[in-house]
Design a protein around this ligand. Structure first.
Ligand SMILES: NC(=O)C1=CN([C@@H]2O[C@H](COP(=O)(O)OP(=O)(O)OC[C@H]3O[C@@H](n4cnc5c(N)ncnc54)[C@H](OP(=O)(O)O)[C@@H]3O)[C@@H](O)[C@H]2O)C=CC1
Ligand SMILES: O=C(O)[C@@H]1CCC=N1
Length: 263
């Protein structure tokens, strides 16, 4: 049995707990100062009274607090780290590098930097992973296998994490915004709230599944839908004239700039 402990029980931690909760080989526990016990009860896992208790019970500890809480977390954990330095750390703290993590927690620890997105909660996530250079290949494989359980993963150089965070980490919010825009357009054109939501969600979900399962690029799929001279082409033209690509690029640039503030 592998025990995974969470420090922080917010949206990202909850998604990861949901993603791993069906695994009979994994036991999950959490500490979070205000919401830890409530979240543990809701998700059917155990809660601890301190970050130290989580560390001492765990084989792998996921740091899932806001990035600016790293120093406070490290302070709470120092005695436990000295008592049990074998614990593997997986940090999902946005913008915090492996070097910063080692500086705060200890140079001797085994640390993985992970950048999952909330879709891990429905086992359709994406996680970028970075390991210390000297990480034992068996440990690397075991950690990667855990993240593979709830979606796709890539091992990425840390300098690519800003882009990965903006596109894949924040991406669900941007895709959700586009989905909401589709829904609003359906509402404006007389569909009911319930039907508008279904049309928008199912279309976004189905389009993603179609591209993945049929191995089609986005443009291939778009061209299949666009009958020459037909109605989709008329709408697509509006997206292009509105410079959708530039708008999305500006969105990712602003997201990356904010993320870099923590570095
Ligand atoms: N949300 C996302 O999609 C993604 C988030 N991330 C990263 O995950 C991290 C968490 O984000 P997210 O879950 O969205 O944030 P939330 O605000 O939803 O949750 C933050 C959690 O951290 C807890 N917390 C705050 N301070 C401490 C502390 N000193 N010790 C222990 N727990 C603490 C809070 O506790 P309490 O509730 O008890 O007050 C809360 O449960 C961030 O670093 C973010 O960059 C990375 C990828 C994607
Ligand atoms: O918004 C944030 O800061 C975090 C990082 C990636 C997704 N959520």
């Amino acid at each position: 049995m592998l025990t995974i402990g969470f420090i922080g029980s917010g949206n990202m931690a909850q998604a990861m707990i949901q993603g791993w909760s069906g695994n009979p080989e994994v036991q999950l526990t959490v500490y979070s100062p205000n919401s830890g016990k409530r979240v543990a009860k809701e998700l059917g896992i155990t809660a601890e009274d301190s970050a130290m208790a989580v560390w001492l019970k765990s084989d792998l500890v996921v740091l899932a607090t806001p990035a600016d809480q790293l120093a406070a977390t490290a302070k709470m954990l120092q005695p436990a780290i000295l008592m049990k330095p074998s614990v593997i750390v997986a940090s999902v703290l946005g913008g915090i590098s492996l070097a910063q993590l080692h500086q705060a927690l200890g140079e001797q620890l085994i640390i993985t930097r992970a950048l999952p997105n909330v879709n891990v909660g429905v086992k359709y996530g994406y996680t970028a992973l970075a390991f210390d250079k000297d990480t034992n290949p068996d440990i690397k494989g075991a950690v990667a296998a855990l993240f593979l359980e709830f979606g796709r993963t890539d091992e990425l150089a840390e300098e690519k994490f800003g882009a990965a965070s903006a596109v894949a980490g924040s991406g669900p919010a941007f895709v959700a915004a586009f989905t909401e825009a589709l829904k609003q357009a359906a509402l404006k054109n007389g569909l009911t709230e319930e039907i508008a939501a279904r049309l928008a969600e199912q279309t976004v979900a189905g389009t993603a599944r179609h591209m993945i399962e049929a191995k089609k690029t986005p443009l291939t799929l778009a061209n299949e839908v666009m009958t020459p001279g037909g109605s989709t082409a008329a709408g697509y033209d509006v997206l292009q004239k509105g410079n959708l690509n530039q708008l999305v690029l500006d969105t990712i640039t602003a997201t990356m700039a904010k993320n870099a503030e923590f570095e």
